[in-house]
Design a protein around this ligand. Structure first.
Ligand code: F6R
Length: 598
């Protein structure tokens, strides 16, 4: 979610770091910072907001000559996006940058606080440098670094430099990407993605998880799982657009493939034993709330609908959903003691923001589920939870939807726990969800092949029941946005009340038929459509001979695991149809990523 760059060499370090961060800025731009070590002097700069603010701050600083530098662009996960929380984080004589989340930072911080070590920021990252300097009192720097890293739980890519060894960059990688590059002048570079290295490095090492080591002007030492490695560099692919998309054809495709990782990030640090823990909500009395309103637009509205089903089923709390553009003018009644949840990827959607203002003015407790810290919506709401999807570049939302649904499900479980309801099965299923959205090549190939049969027709009906109804709505929206074909999402049981009149062989039905929720009921509804000759693509773990096309999903024990797998299939299907039609997948016509107008 953040971007990291590092450099050891004699060229102008400030500019190298700024240029590198520019390539990564789309991954996070809440704040940026850099530290430069030259002639034993450590200089550092931090700025809130876009990279240009950092460039402005260090405008007069020059850093030519042998030395080293590290830089970071931030997407806030712990602590507000202010200067104190920006990286690098400083100890007395060292500093660190980090991408990822340290799950056990609270325990480590408590341990260091007992040693009278002081903290300035609210971040998880600061504990790394403080832990390092704590151990460095007792052992050499590399062992202090190693010992610190061994104590971290979670995902991280880390660069650390110290005045006590002005020639070395210490690095560690686990669960977040980190690359070491080398150029013809034998200088070493570091980055969290290929893009900053292209044009500057010829060869790279993509570090594996559980790697750590150090680099200096003439030396690169890498340990993997405690074992010293041979430094085997591979040639760097020099195509920049390929690098930004990590080899995928479109940002949307990349974001679909990222979903398993981002769902892990949503869970990270929020499941302790068999409980959902939200530090942000620790001091709130949520059991006193007897009604929840969820409000959003577009895809986020579909996530809100899923949230409504889950809040009522899992947390036994009354919930309703509002489309923000409708809500803001309909003089809706809001109970003073109710909770008003707004859901937004961007945090800037005008209708959602306005609905939030209205609910707040009416005295409701307001709560934002949002992907962008410090966005207008997060700043305005009383409470907020970040969805941790990272920047979503594809205009059609994919991973943001996945993280919204997962966060809402966790929130429902969180309330259920407070009410002492049994949520053991939910927790087991929750932990399993990241594996349900891993894209298997065989599945993607099959959807690619099937897509050629769905390029025309006079319409698509996506149908499902319960939470699979909002998923049907979302599947249809993805297809509409990307293929420009008419598609509707409908509750499976509602087709017979009118839309069935449209059915013939050129009406395509995409049926979501999970095994663990109302299978027989959905099947009957689908059979009614087949009887009228609709062309049917069914998605289910159970074979269904009447289908024209069939995508078999995995056997699962919980309907939400089926939900996430089917979500993935609908996203891939929409994308593959769009590619065949020659449309612009990442920027479909007439759309914008953040709708800040009414
Ligand atoms: C569809 C899509 C939009 C957004 C909607 C709300 O793929 O992305 O429907 O979901 O414009 O945007 P946010 O979530 O930023 O409030």
């Amino acid at each position: 979610m953040c971007g990291i760059v590092g450099y050891i060499g004699k060229n102008e370090k400030k500019q190298i770091i700024l240029n590198g961060l520019k390539e990564l800025e789309y991954r996070g731009y809440d704040s940026a910072g850099m530290a430069v070590m030259k002639d034993g002097e450590l200089s550092f700069f931090k700025a809130v907001g876009k990279l240009e603010n950092l460039a402005h701050k260090c405008h007069d600083f020059l850093s030519e000559g042998e030395g080293l530098a590290i830089g970071h662009t931030r997407w806030a996960t712990h602590g507000k996006p202010n200067e104190i929380n920006a990286h690098p984080h400083l100890g007395e004589y060292s500093c660190v940058i980090h991408n990822g989340i340290i799950e056990n930072y609270k325990e480590l911080k408590d341990k260091l606080l007992k040693e009278n070590i002081e903290f300035l920021s609210q971040t998880d990252t600061e504990i790394i440098v403080k832990l390092f300097e704590f151990y460095a009192q007792k052992m050499d720097l590399f062992n202090a670094f190693k010992k610190s890293i061994e104590e971290l739980k979670g995902a991280f890519a880390i660069l650390l430099i110290s005045k006590k060894d002005e020639n070395k960059v210490f690095f560690a990688k686990n669960g977040a990407p980190l690359i070491v590059g080398k150029n013809s002048q034998k200088e070493f570079w570091f980055a969290s993605a290929d893009a900053p290295l292209i044009g500057f490095c010829d060869e790279v090492i993509y570090l594996e998880d559980l790697s750590l080591g150090y680099a200096s002007k003439d030396e690169l030492v890498i340990y993997e799982n405690g074992i010293l490695k041979n430094n085997t560099f591979v040639k760097l692919n020099n195509d920049k657009s390929y690098a930004q998309k990590d080899g995928f054809r479109f940002f949307m495709e990349k974001e679909i493939y990222e979903q398993s990782r981002v769902l892990n990030e949503v869970l990270m640090g929020r499941i302790k034993g068999d409980e959902v823990v939200f530090d942000e909500l620790e001091n709130e009395n949520l059991t006193a709330i007897d009604e929840i309103t969820l409000c959003a637009c577009g895809t986020s509205y579909h996530a809100a609908l899923v949230g409504m089903y889950l809040l009522e089923r899992v947390a036994k709390i009354k919930a309703r959903v509002e489309i923000a553009s409708e809500f803001r003018y309909r003089k809706a009644l809001i109970k003073k003691d109710s909770l008003f949840i707004v859901i937004s990827q961007s945090g800037e959607t005008a209708d959602t923001l306005e609905a939030l203002k209205i609910a707040k003015a009416e005295g409701a407790k307001t709560f934002a589920i949002c992907n962008v810290d410090n966005s207008s919506i997060v700043r305005l709401a009383h409470l907020s939870l970040l969805t941790r999807a990272g920047i979503e570049k594809g205009v059609a939302s994919t991973k943001a939807f996945a993280t919204q649904v997962l966060t809402l499900w966790m929130f429902a479980i969180f309330i259920a726990q407070k009410k002492a309801l049994n949520v053991n099965e939910e927790i087991k299923a929750l932990l399993h969800t990241p594996s349900c959205v891993v894209v298997k090549q065989i599945l993607h190939d099959k959807i690619h092949r099937l897509s050629k049969r769905y390029l025309d027709g006079h319409g698509f009906f996506y149908i499902g029941r319960d939470v699979f109804y909002p998923l049907a709505l979302e599947g249809a929206l993805k297809l509409k946005e990307l293929s420009y074909l008419h598609a509707e999402g409908y509750p499976a049981g509602e087709m017979k009340h009118g839309p069935i009149a449209l059915v013939d062989s050129k009406l395509y039905t995409i049926a979501l038929m999970p095994e663990n929720l109302l299978y027989e009921k959905t099947k009957s509804n689908v059979e009614e459509l087949i009887a009228r000759d609709s062309t049917l693509l069914s998605i289910s773990p159970l074979d269904f001979d009447l289908s024209d096309d069939f995508i078999k999903t995995s056997k699962q024990n919980h309907f939400m695991c089926e939900f996430f797998e089917m979500m993935l299939i609908t996203q891939l299907l929409a994308m593959e149809i769009s590619i065949r039609l020659g449309n612009d997948v990442d920027m479909p016509r007439n759309l914008a990523k953040s709708v800040t107008v009414e």
